[in-house]
Write a protein that binds this ligand. Structure first.
Ligand code: EPZ
Length: 427
């Protein structure tokens, strides 16, 4: 199993290029199965979730070629057996539930294993089910599988009880081939929702309003193949912004859409950092020891829950007390115990972490408990005095392309032990 070894206190400096968005990629790849002809997806990140979804589509019989040097995946969506995505592959990928919306729309039937819980809390899909039933599907839950069936989906008006990225995506996917119009109210507005809607429209779908809380989808008879470039990953970009600020560095983060990072830029400015943005880059300078700030995670355009753990690491060395409140997930604080092993002074009370800034963290052996907790530990290690070893790196490789190489290129003293990155993510 790979581990990362970091010797802290190097100021990060230079340029880092952001890869394609994981949370767009894991919806665009299955959505390609809606088409009747070849789909080409560009700017895909080289992360394990992308390789895994390619393997799932191959197991269904689709022809998938992934040129990982260029991040281009070509999919011939003719599948032979839509009903049996292999459990072994599905269980590793939470976003496999997008196959429900896609296969239900295209083949009238779908079955996928229910997502288990994970380290940020239970992952209910009641809103996905509410949407599919509103579109006329019959849903059965048995033996850990969710089965959906409908002779023909019919458009419906669906109000989401909770703002859910997954449910918004899944209902949008299913509605593209339904009869008539579907309206999703209280929809999520994340950039990756807009990216998937643009992809669907490029295939001939008729999706309007993505990025607002009301999305209207006029069903069509068929969708054709197209070429689509995935948007940059705003969570990866935010992670590097926070790392640059935490180390007192000066880093230009390239290939981003600055607007997608507004909440992160605002909070880093509040903490005393210098942020410049223009065109497709953001420059972050950690010009002083961070000031304490309070954070409350909210659906987009609020502060993203996926950067709550990284910014908690940053605030661990701020002057004063910061309060970070996690409103999206019920238990997204598994990183706190590991940060405390590095000398952080954090108390979790309910959905809030009260962070008393310390002068400096100290390196220690720690374990990544989930993807963004791993990112938080990396940021802590980059600022810490001494050496840190991070175990269970596979969590980090799920969502960050070659993070050790990218950090090394901007001055971090970091190396990967036991593993070759591409070998570990491509299996
Ligand atoms: C997506 O998860 C992301 N994953 C998550 O990123 C991200 O944290 C989350 O959106 C919020 O932005 C992918 O896109 C693959 P939700 P998703 O449905 O869609 C509740 C990362 O680090 N809910 O928006 O599963 C749910 O419990 C990952 O990249 C229901 O109650 O999240 C949560 O409290 C982690 N019923 C809230 O809504 C449902 O049917 C938001 O969940 C669905 C969700």
């Amino acid at each position: 199993m790979d581990k990362l070894v970091i010797t802290g206190q190097n100021r990060l400096h230079g340029k880092v290029r952001i890869s394609g968005a994981k949370n767009a990629a894991v919806a665009v790849i299955p959505a390609a199965l809606l088409a009747n002809s070849k789909v080409k997806i560009e700017n895909l990140p080289l992360i394990s979730d992308v390789y895994r979804y390619g393997a799932i589509l191959r197991s269904l019989g689709a022809k998938v070629e992934f040129n990982h040097h260029k991040g281009i995946m070509e999919i011939d969506p003719k599948i032979k057996d839509p009903l049996n995505p292999p459990y072994e592959l599905i269980k590793k990928l939470r976003a496999s539930y997008y196959l429900l919306g896609v296969l239900l729309a295209k083949y009238g039937e779908a079955q996928v294993s229910l997502p288990g819980g994970c380290d940020i809390g239970s992952r209910p899909i009641d809103q996905h089910i509410k949407g599919f039933e509103a579109l006329g599907a019959k849903i059965e839950l048995e033996h850990g599988m969710i089965k959906a069936k409908a002779s023909k989906l019919k458009g419906a008006q669906i109000y989401l009880d909770v703002v859910s990225v997954g449910a918004t995506m899944n209902i949008m996917l299913a509605a593209t081939l339904a009869e008539g119009q579907t309206i999703i109210e209280n929809a999520a507005k994340e950039p990756h929702i807009v990216d998937v809607a643009n992809f669907l429209n490029a295939m001939g779908a008729r999706v309007k309003g993505a990025g607002t809380d009301v999305i209207k989808i006029q069903g069509v008879d068929r969708l054709k193949g197209c070429t689509h470039m995935v948007i940059p990953d705003q969570i990866e970009a935010g992670t590097y912004m926070i790392a640059a600020a935490a180390t007192g560095g000066d880093v230009v983060i390239e290939n981003v859409i600055p607007k997608h990072l507004d909440p992160v830029s605002a909070k880093l400015r509040e903490a005393g950092m210098k942020i410049e943005e223009d065109g497709d880059y953001i420059r972050v300078r950690g010009v002083q020891k961070p000031k304490n700030v309070n954070i409350k995670t909210l659906p987009y355009p609020g502060f993203p829950t996926d950067l709550q753990q990284p910014i908690t690491a940053f605030l661990s060395i701020a002057n004063g007390t910061s309060i970070v409140t996690e409103t999206v997930w019920e238990s997204r604080f598994k990183h706190v115990d590991e940060l405390k092993r590095m000398g952080a002074n954090i108390k979790v009370e309910g959905r809030s972490a009260i962070i008393e800034g310390v002068e400096c963290l100290s390196g220690a052996p720690v374990r990544a408990t989930d993807l963004r907790a791993g990112a938080a530990l990396l940021i802590a290690a980059l600022t810490a005095e001494g050496q840190t070893e991070i175990f269970d790196v596979y969590h980090i490789d799920r969502g960050y392309q070659q993070i050790d190489a990218k950090l090394r290129n901007i001055g971090a003293d970091i190396y990967r032990v036991n593993g070759d990155y591409l070998k570990s993510v491509a299996k």
